[in-house]
Ligand binder design. Structure first.
Ligand SMILES: [Zn+2]
Length: 123
């Protein structure tokens, strides 16, 4: 059942359906209220409801107006090399995780590379 079907189903037996929680974007408390008006239309007020893969997320009206798309709701699995093996960082031991945090990320510097290329050509 998608979210609209769920709401429709609930509204068959209840006058209103309320979703309470925190806005996914700004983390303020939000209550989204679903009711049926006289024309038999579903009215959703107070924010927006998302239900990707059976998880429910809410957005307040202000955040929905700013960006109606639900973003960054899936956990990202990061893989990196640990003692020669590629393993999810989540599964590393405490010591290796600490080492992971201490690692510095270097950005590829094209300018530096080009200046080095010219030096090599000159010699
Ligand atoms: Zn918000």
């Amino acid at each position: 059942m998608n979210i609209l079907e769920t709401i429709q189903h609930e509204l068959n037996t209840h006058k209103e359906v309320a979703f309470e929680g925190y806005c996914h974007d700004c983390h303020t408390e939000v209550q989204v209220l679903c009711t049926v008006n006289d024309s038999n239309e579903i009215i959703i007020a107070g924010g927006a409801i998302y239900k990707p893969r059976d998880r429910t997320f809410l957005k307040c009206d202000a955040c929905f107006a700013k960006d109606p798309t639900l973003r960054n709701y899936e956990e990202c699995e990061v893989y990196s090399r640990v003692v020669g093996y590629l393993r999810p960082v989540k599964q590393w031991n405490k010591g290796k995780k600490a080492e992971w945090k201490a690692r510095k990320e270097f950005k590829h510097d094209e300018k530096w590379e080009k200046s080095n290329e010219s030096k090599h050509r000159a010699t």
